[in-house]
Design a protein around this ligand. Structure first.
Ligand code: SAM
Length: 271
């Protein structure tokens, strides 16, 4: 399609249609001890959570879903702590406040990014949530992670030294070609700067057909529309193959303790 029409997927696709997933995740995480989630949800909705979102909280598998997403969130915290790098770029950060938490406690330079609407809302929320001086620097900015020039500009504007580039909940919304574009953007930045790619998104397809962590109704329709199950890796070997084929070596794997073992978080370095 690219050769024939001279356009890329990125120009054809409206990625902001993915952004409602960030709202749903914030609401779910507001039921957990994840820093700032409860406070942010209160600022956003007060006592008036829209029914379209609130429904998901009462579904039978809601506790399992919450455990899944909380574990995913914590796994990225752990990989970031292990990497111990002072520069962090989070992509597709949605309405999660890891950057605020980290910069409150550590002298980290944290660039927290997502598409423009989410980044703008996030910046407004952080103004209300940040109650004490930061030990580090937190920058919230818009970044389409598939835009090569914007990606290099974002990483180029960070202080010297290696980078930790982190993401969760993004790869499953991207097809093979989009994932490869993202990997190329990250690889180029890491070649220049050194560092590591930390992704909590190594999901493999459920052999039973439907994802065990997925609810029914509206949430399920949303995931189907975005081909989330198809976008997952076919199996663990396919995941390894994808990252190796795009110039990365796995340096660390964290397995998610789910009975069906559907997700892992990996640290990747340029091969
Ligand atoms: C499932 S949410 C995950 C949000 C957050 N990481 C979390 O786990 O709570 C996916 C996020 O990816 C963002 N996103 C989608 N396409 C993107 C793109 N091309 N560049 C940057 N962010 C994107 C959406 O706006 C949304 O916030």
């Amino acid at each position: 399609m690219q050769a024939r029409y001279g356009v890329t997927n990125r120009e054809l696709r409206d990625y902001s249609t993915i952004s409602p997933s960030a709202w749903a995740l914030l609401l779910m995480k507001s039921q957990s001890s994840i820093p700032f989630a409860k406070e942010a949800a209160e600022l956003v909705w007060g006592n008036a959570v829209p029914a379209s979102l609130a429904d998901a909280l009462v579904l039978e598998n809601a506790p399992r879903r919450l455990r899944h997403f909380e574990s995913r969130y914590r796994s990225l915290d752990l990989l970031l702590a292990e990497a111990g790098l002072p520069n962090v770029l989070e992509i597709g950060a949605g309405l999660s406040f890891r950057g605020l938490e980290l910069t409150q406690t550590r002298n980290t330079f944290y660039v927290d990014t997502d598409l423009p609407d989410i980044a703008a809302l996030k910046a407004r929320l952080i103004e209300r949530l940040a109650s004490k001086p930061l030990a580090g620097t937190l920058r919230v900015q818009a970044l389409d992670a598939l835009d090569s020039a914007a990606f290099q500009a974002a990483t180029g504007s960070m202080p010297p030294g290696p980078l930790a580039i982190a993401n969760e909940g993004l790869l499953v919304y991207l097809d093979e070609r989009e994932k490869a574009q993202l990997a190329a953007n990250i690889r180029r930045a890491l070649l220049l700067r050194g560092g590591v790619w930390l992704t909590a998104d190594v999901y493999v397809r459920n052999s039973g057909g439907s994802a065990p962590n997925v609810s029914y109704g509206r949430a399920r329709e949303f995931l189907d529309r975005h081909r989330v199950e198809q976008n997952k890796f076919k199996d663990w070997a396919a995941a390894e193959h994808f990252f190796a084929g795009n110039g990365f070596r796995v340096s660390r794997k964290l397995a998610h303790e789910h009975p069906a073992h559907i997700r892992e978080s990996w640290a990747l370095v340029v091969a």
